[in-house]
Design a protein around this ligand. Sequence first.
Ligand SMILES: Cc1ncc(COP(=O)(O)O)c(C=O)c1O
Length: 389
Amino acid sequence: MTPETQFNRRREDFPTLASGIHLLSHSLGPVPRATRASMQAYYEAWEHHTSEDAWATSWWEMSAAVGDRIGAILGGDAGSVQVQPNASVALSSVLSCFDFTSTKRNKIVAGALDFPSMRYLLDAQTPIGARVETVPSDDRISIPTERIVEAIDDATALVALSHVSFRSSCRVEVEPIVEKARRHGALVLLDTYQSAGAMELKAREWQVDFLIGGTIKWLCGGPACGYLYVRPDLQRSLQPRLTGWVAHAAPFDFATPPMRYDNSVRRFAQGTPSIPALYSVLPGLQIVDEIGVPTIRAESERRTEWMIEFAVEHGWKVNSPREVNRRGGSVMIYVDDGPGMVTRLTERKVFVDCRPGVGLRMSPHFFNTDEEVKEAMEVLAELINQALR
Ligand SMILES: Cc1ncc(COP(=O)(O)O)c(C=O)c1O
């Protein structure tokens, strides 16, 4: 492994790290110690709020403030992110802006490596006129960019893809996709759940239309918030049918219909925001921000390169792209009995998971030391050798 970068890995801020080697950032990031005080602050605010002022003051603004913090990590401007209950609802909100029935522009371009929620929700649009074209992957690891670009045409309403796949950690090239979509009048949505907090995102520069994701994984925010980024100059032209009183221009007027959407990104909200979720995500966002996504990515590249070299030297099948520029922050290594191997690794205090047809998913994050990454791979080598005997 190339020499270690010197920076504060903030290990003391994550009590869970004392339990073993945590390589699960693609699934469940460890809780920051400061989250305990943040959740306590939520309780205290609730205890002391005795009127609707709670909404008018801290809680209402907090939703927008958390949206802006997430927006900064996505490379977007203030006012571009609305917090959502989860990524699936964020995608539903976007899909509810389209009318697939009344137009010849009814095609959705999707990818074969996307998270199941995305596929279920896109398919659910077909009874209301959408056609879903899924761009295949020959090796179940990556999809050639040219294939995605070729699928975009004048009938395309939306291109909806994982930025980084949960199955293989394959990363799509954003610029050519957005460029082709622009030329044909289509919009582009990326699921950045597996990339936000693990690598630099450039929402503004890419001119991408929508980003969706959530906080449980690389952002160390717990199973709390989803998010929806909408390109600022697109926001006002959209009227999500998945809506509610919080999306209204004057929610506290409790006005009779018709709905009058707010002019801000709040037009993509629905009902009462989950306030405890907002308190639980802040410490993780703060730490990711303080460490800096460029440092996180540089560390990730250095370690995942070494892990892949190690795997190849041992003759293992790597189910992630070899080229660092086509990869997110995880390394997938095929093993015959994924669940059994996860159990044996857990017994040795190495925490990873597995997915059917993929094998192990292993994700070093900023808080892991080089020694931990090396130890995890050596334990895996020992267990694979034992299984072969
Ligand atoms: C890439 C990706 N998208 C979406 C999801 C699910 O998001 P949610 O549960 O917030 O709908 C996951 C969760 O594992 C994921 O990895």
